[in-house]
Design a protein around this ligand. Sequence first.
Ligand code: HAM
Length: 430
Amino acid sequence: MEISRPRGTRDFLSKEMKQRKHVENTLKKVFENYGYGEIKTPIFEDLTLFTEKSGEAIKEEIYHFKDKKKRDLALRPELTAPVARLYLNELQKHVKPIKMYYFGSCFRYERPQAGRFRQFWQLGCELIGGKSPEAEAEVITMAAHCLDEIGLKDYEFHIGSLGIIRSLLNDAGISGEEQGQIMGLVDKGDVEELQKFLNNMETSASLKEILLQLIEIKGHNEVIDEVKNIIKNCDEAYNALNDLENLLNHLEAFGFSNYIVNMGIARGLDYYTGIVFEIYVHGLGAQKQISGGGTYNLIEIFGGEQVESTGFAFGFDRVMEALKKQDVVIPVENNVDVFVAPFSDDMRKESFKITQNLRRNGISADVDLARKKIKKVLAYADNLGVKYVVLVGARDIADGKVALKDMESGDQELIDLDRLSQELMDKIQG
Ligand code: HAM
């Protein structure tokens, strides 16, 4: 019987892991440079953490189960709700804003396809409290900075405002559930279905018209006036637009202008209240969204005070795929610099001793464990791509020496055994 991987999951071999690690570390470095500290939360949480805001329907889309004590638990589909819970449990008295970032796997019960998995990784951040255009501008700029740092090109950064649509819907007395459905259709970009849905609702013709017009608006700062014109009769929506305009002004100060204002962004998750944004990379097919985020008010929903927060998460797997598609070279460093090769069987134990000595001195080293003949050992070491081979021969050892071979130049020299670590250290560190 062959046991295969569960649907929608992947294995990663070490070359790919090295590349993922490199990108992960580069992104984390940017987060840290902006003052974010890394946190970790559990992979599974109380199911209510995810149903509280989204409703029972979300259960269809996530992995949930009862444990042995019949507690309802869920594998996290994302990390914003867990971070809000963490804030409520641990950080309510902390001075705000609080800057936290995370890297971890998430689970969604979705139909797998290219770029869409059942287990995937998110690298994201939450800026808790201190909602202001400058806070939002900094978060957005950091997201773009991250992508520049890893060498990703041609990404499209779309910024919108859920506050505007939500204000219009609130103003028209549309229920939360219906708002959710409308947002879902806007998120899918399914204008036809949206039209049908609005036609079946008892709302004014003008609201329908405003909504349909609004979600089509895309452009740079000049579209603000267009939006103003459309929403002029709704004060709340006007305030939300003001927030957006303020944000755009601040983005200039943070040095980021490469964005598109897009009124059609609705986001799949329903806790957003204000600014929202999504980043797309064309060439990834249907799953082109590599990141999403915005301003939300989740802590209040969980029973805390009103602490508005902003955050986003990169879909790490999609970022990796985008880098691959764009042929961005990601360094893959060899982990082993030195291979220790015994010339004959009686030199094996001596070789292990030498290897351990190198390792204890901080030099990455490997040794023949398969009792191969010297020719095969050298071929194996060559294949590993090591920089140096230490040849351990009985006659040299009797003189307290070993031969050190530079695999690139082919040069070989005799070295005193007690100077080997230092010699290698100097050579490797250049
Ligand atoms: P999200 O848009 O649902 O937002 O997910 C963030 C990113 O995760 C997406 O843009 C996408 O790249 C990636 N992603 C989502 N589902 C999958 C999947 N099945 N397979 C591969 N990648 C996927 C959130 O999760 C929010 N918590 C983001 C946030 C943080 N908002 C505020 N703070």
